[in-house]
Design a protein around this ligand. Structure first.
Ligand code: UDX
Length: 420
């Protein structure tokens, strides 16, 4: 089939590459010329996703996927997928693409949009182009950043919201070669709501385990054991039970705020989501106070921070708890903060500038540091050479907000270890 994808970002590009890989002819559209130019030069410069490069090169070379800033390919598309960042951009993209529609076309809204937005998009397109023969379906995305390729090929489910039977055969053909058995057809508004409900629930689950880690610390229980014990109950599930500095990223903060706004505007009380949002933010302030307490105690001159991205496996620093905590520290700690992240330094520099220093690698970063703070769960932080750390640090305090370090090993080597 011919598929046009509007929005070639963290979702659009991986989905485009996936659909090309399973046999479709894909055209990815984006308004940012530099993105399209770099992709047409065979380079992915603006995001990092495990396994994407190889699939991209294969399909780019075999001409299965093309890139352009023009909407003209819409007129021979069977499916147009809109995967732009926010609902405002969805309206703009829909208005633009409407003029190019020719023949029956399924327009799939993959961007996360407020419940009811698909109805509005349908009316908008019909108004712009009364001749157009199309259906709008909701096709919410559940990709996790850093796992976009894996999640594309191994989705738990593919939710399609539709108000008519007509798009069903097209969507079945779209996923015909891969994951057709995962298709789950619901009403459009249900599909829009499933996205918000899922992300809000996951955010809440993370906040729950974060609060439970505070409880366990106070009562000398192990949050790792408690999470594992809880997770053995299939009704709870063993994922998203890892405590940390709070959730971040582009989606959880946006989606939890959006569903809360929708609810408040319509007199619905989503108390758990409201509490989650408020206390996820408070957690970062509380943790930065804890860090400052430790640095003041030893009159620290230098804090080394490992991790700037919102989670391991990505280069993305949007709404990163690490950046939030560093900014909170900078309000009170006027000495030297040096940071390191395997992939996120470029993006972090756009946010932190020269308010902090940037190390070349882990060991360069911790040299002479009094306190080491771990804020992002990069796997390489699980394998740090603690002896090497000990000999290159000035004071020996580790504040591990991702429970990456083996506590007993650190204590044996004479570190003061503070974990979750
Ligand atoms: C999320 C949803 O998982 C995905 O389905 C949706 O499509 C987009 O939003 P993403 O934002 O990429 O994906 O990140 P995710 O892996 O969900 O992590 C979100 C935040 O929660 C990160 O800050 C992460 O560090 C944190 N987290 C996650 C925890 O603190 N503990 C966990 O156990 C899991």
């Amino acid at each position: 089939m011919k598929v046009v994808i509007i929005g070639t970002g963290h979702v659009g590009l991986p989905i485009g590459v996936y659909l090309a890989e399973i046999g479709h002819d894909v055209v990815c559209v984006d308004k940012v010329e530099t993105i399209i130019d770099s992709l047409n030069n065979g380079k992915i410069t603006f995001l990092f996703e495990e396994g994407l490069e190889e699939l991209f090169q294969r399909n780019f070379k075999s001409n299965k996927i093309k890139f352009t800033t023009s909407f003209s390919h819409v007129n021979d598309a069977d499916v147009v997928i809109i995967s732009v960042g926010t609902s405002k951009h969805v309206y703009n993209a829909s208005t633009k693409l409407a003029e190019y529609l020719k023949g029956y076309t399924v327009i799939a809204i993959k961007s996360t949009v407020p419940v009811g937005c698909n109805d509005e998009i349908e009316n908008l397109i019909a108004k712009v182009n009364p001749e157009a023969d199309f259906d709008v379906v909701s096709l919410p995305e559940f990709l996790r950043e850093g796992f976009a390729v894996f999640d594309s090929f191994n989705p738990d489910r593919i939710i399609i919201g539709t108000e008519s039977e007509r798009p069903i055969s097209i969507i079945k053909e779209l996923y015909g070669n891969c994951n057709k058995e995962k298709l789950f057809f619901v009403s459009r508004r249900s599909a829009e709501a499933i996205k918000y409900a899922s992300n809000s629930f996951l955010a809440m689950k993370i906040h729950f385990i974060n609060e439970m880690s505070d409880f366990c610390k106070e009562f000398n229980a192990s949050i790792r054991e408690v999470a594992e014990g809880m997770g053995l109950d299939k009704r709870i599930g063993d994922e998203f039970l890892t405590p940390g500095p709070g959730y971040g990223g582009f989606c959880f903060p946006k989606d939890t705020h959006e569903i809360l706004n929708m609810a408040k505007n319509n007199g619905v009380n989503l108390s758990l989501i409201e509490t989650t949002i408020k206390n996820n933010k408070n957690r970062m302030s509380k943790l930065s106070e804890n860090i400052l307490y430790e640095t003041n105690k030893i009159k620290a001159n230098k804090i080394a921070i490992l991790g700037l991205t919102f989670k391991g496996g990505t280069d993305d620093c949007r709404n990163s708890p690490a950046i939030t905590i560093i900014n909170l520290l900078l309000k009170h700690f006027t000495y030297n903060i040096i940071t390191y992240d395997p992939k996120g330094m470029k993006n972090a520099k756009n946010l932190l500038g020269n308010k902090v220093d940037y190390g070349k690698d882990v060991y360069d970063t911790v040299k002479g540091a009094d306190v080491l703070v771990i804020l992002t769960d990069w796997m390489e932080f699980k394998k740090l050479d603690l002896r090497k750390l000990k000999s290159s640090m000035n004071h020996h305090i580790i504040i591990d907000l991702r429970n990456m370090i083996d506590k007993n090993k650190a204590l044996k080597l004479g570190f003061t270890y503070i974990g979750l």
